[in-house]
Design a protein around this ligand. Structure first.
Ligand code: GDP
Length: 301
């Protein structure tokens, strides 16, 4: 999206002996990759100094909720303290840049009110959610302490065919494609009664960009305002391929969580009013798109 608007785009990557750039393979010729690590303050200062950015989008995190119970300290390092390091790097190397922090609806957790809006108190339910609450408040604090242009976008789940296979939407759409093509017979899932407000990632990056174009920095909730259960996700996705989820979905306790977020639904009216933001893709179309993409990927060539 930024490239299409004429931006010069830099990305930060961690040094590794392999190059896992699968999701940006179509972009590697058009963006400049800088080596730095959220755990290493100096590398971040150097990267921001070298890129001299006007806008910084911090989307980096240990972002899988389930893993945050098995790696809680590392989750805190990347997802919480990593944001302080990014803000410090910006303060040192590009204090006039604008900073976007990817905050999360997981901060609302065991929800205190429904629907959730900017003023709804947080009640996180996982080490990931707790780390994101820290990250949200350090972003607000740096704005108030140092006058940085820093915003926190509280985004509800946003998905596409590039979603990681461990997340439930992609796990289901990939599972449907493999079952349809005879590569698998069953799909093992956890809690089918959890409800989420799922939207299309393409719509949500547009909201991130809009947040950084305002005269004054502010925080925004971004979501569709609708909520769907994992069971409805299964119904919808299997139906796209002409299948019935009852015939294939099994409960596997391994995918149940020590503490669950039962139901999330956004009130995005602040973003609608201030940013003129509207989602363009409803949940059934999103899931259809993802199933079709996974069918195309698995189909023998
Ligand atoms: P999250 O909202 O960031 O945790 O996104 P996920 O896609 O990982 O999970 C969304 C919801 O789906 C949670 O309430 C999970 O408990 C529920 N869920 C049910 N079965 C599964 C499963 O097999 N994998 C995942 N990732 N989530 C599942």
């Amino acid at each position: 999206m930024l490239l299409s608007k004429g931006y010069k785009v830099f990305g930060i990557v961690r040094r590794s002996s392999t190059t896992p750039y699968e999701r940006i393979a179509h972009l590697v010729d058009r963006v400049e990759l800088l080596s730095a690590d959220l755990l290493d303050q100096h590398s971040l200062v150097d990267a921001i100094h070298d890129a001299a950015p006007s806008e910084i989008y911090n989307l980096a995190a240990q972002s899988f909720v389930q893993t945050s119970w098995t790696q809680p300290v590392l989750t805190g390092e990347f997802t919480a303290l990593g944001v302080t390091r990014m803000l410090e790097a910006m303060r040192k190397a590009a204090p006039h840049a604008r900073f976007y922090q990817a905050s999360s609806s997981e901060m609302f957790g065991k929800v205190v009110e429904t629907p959730q809006r900017e003023s709804t108190p947080f009640y996180p339910r996982s080490p990931y959610g707790v780390a994101k609450v820290y990250a949200h408040w350090i972003t607000v604090n740096y704005r108030e302490s140092f006058g940085l242009y820093a915003v926190s976008g509280i985004l509800f789940n946003h998905e596409s065919e590039r979603r990681g296979l461990e997340f439930v939407t992609r796990k289901v759409t990939d599972g449907v494609a493999r079952i349809k093509l005879g590569l698998a017979r069953e799909l093992r899932l956890g809690n089918l009664d959890a409800r989420r407000d799922w939207g299309f990632a393409g719509d949500y990056v547009d909201a991130m960009w809009r947040m950084l174009q305002q005269d004054t920095p502010d925080d925004y909730v971004i979501g569709s305002g609708t909520t769907w259960s994992v069971r409805q996700l299964c119904e919808t996705a299997f139906a796209v391929a002409g299948l019935d989820y009852h015939d294939h979905v099994l409960l596997d306790e391994k995918f149940l969580r020590p503490a669950e977020v039962d139901m999330l639904v956004a009130d995005p009216s602040h973003a609608r009013k201030k940013l003129g933001w509207e989602p363009t893709m409803a949940f059934p179309q999103l899931i259809e798109r993802m199933v079709l993409a996974d069918l195309a990927r698995h189909r023998p060539r």
